[in-house]
Design a binder for this molecule. Sequence first.
Ligand code: DCP
Ligand code: CA
Ligand code: CA
Length: 399
Amino acid sequence: MIRTILHVDMDAFYTSVEQRDHPEYRGRPVIVGADPKEGKGRGVVAAASYEARSFGVHSAMPISRAFHLCPRGVYLRGNMTKYGEVSQCIMGILETYTDLVEQISIDEAFLDMTSSAKLFGSGEAIARSMKQRIQKEQGLTASIGVAPNKFLAKVASDLDKPDGLVVVLRGEEENFLRDLAVEKLWGVGPRTAEALHKLGIFKISDITRLDPRELADRFGKHGEHLSRLARGIDDRPVIPEHEPKSIGHETTFPEDVADYAVVHRTLLELAESVARRLRKHELAGKTVTLKYRDEQFVTETRAQTLSNPTDDAQVLAETALLLLRRIKTKGRKVRLVGISAGKLVGVGEEPHQLGLFDREDKKRRLNLTMDAVTERFGRGSIGRASLLEETSRSEGGDQ
Ligand code: DCP
Ligand code: CA
Ligand code: CA
């Protein structure tokens, strides 16, 4: 499916708010940050207006250095409460377009407009309309990138700042990236950049000319990640704030259960439902929580952090069974059990996670195929029996 992803980023955010509210600052270099006259100029620049940038001043620069470069600038401490409020107003505007808004910092957000595009028109038309509304309602300019994925949208929003609008069309991904510096790739910090430069790799297109296997040899999983990004491939989903913080299922038994084989079997089924929902939302959990309630309504929970995030039923089930052993169950009947996956991350969100899915790629594809079959032919049509058998064997075959 071709997605329409937008990345919205406000221009010189803090200083633009100051220039909006103080017309006398407009057209002047404005610097929000530490006080250059205080504490011998320790502390840094938070934001620099575009006028200040022409003096070479930028975020994170020591304030003393900024003052040296631009002694006649307007130096302000800033008003975080105000910036927070403006930020909420901007996000409020974005949320009138879609529920799928993922705010990633005070002044930027991703939007997935794939299914709302019918309602609002092309990605470009939507972006224009957003920019107009932000200007009209907040008196500020935003730069927007429109692209088939997050990575490209983020790069695009930055290309024509301030007040930019850059669209990357499907099929144009590699072309668009070709001449950009490797530093633009997500996950390429100064160290990786230096290593790449030593190999003669400066532009993104230099990476696509390398054999992906060579990159993988030199940079490990990170290398595979890079060669995908360099080709403009990025499957990460937009995850809105109100996405559940955990995904879980629980079962209350019709009658309190004394037979723990029944409890085990129920946990396996719950693990399958949770895993299926995780995969449906393209999420993986870093923690597994077991909930246990006995016939006296005494409720206990046990949680375990996994070494890698998972969306796999067997991992969830095995962890839940381990957690059950940490509860003193002897002589207690069970009224309810539940499993939930927490600390959710988007599939492919973090490089080490890509590694996990590379290693377990086959299994993952199998799971996804099973989901598709289950969706078509109903639950229990395939898969469950084998999972039950496998797990009961490893449990000693007592079920
Ligand atoms: N910020 C900060 N310290 C930093 C970077 C940023 O306090 N090291 C704050 C001030 C910025 C705001 O976050 O105004 C947004 O950061 P951006 O990186 O998006 O930078 P700007 O919005 O200021 O400029 P640009 O137009 O380049 O996006
Ligand atoms: Ca910004
Ligand atoms: Ca930003």
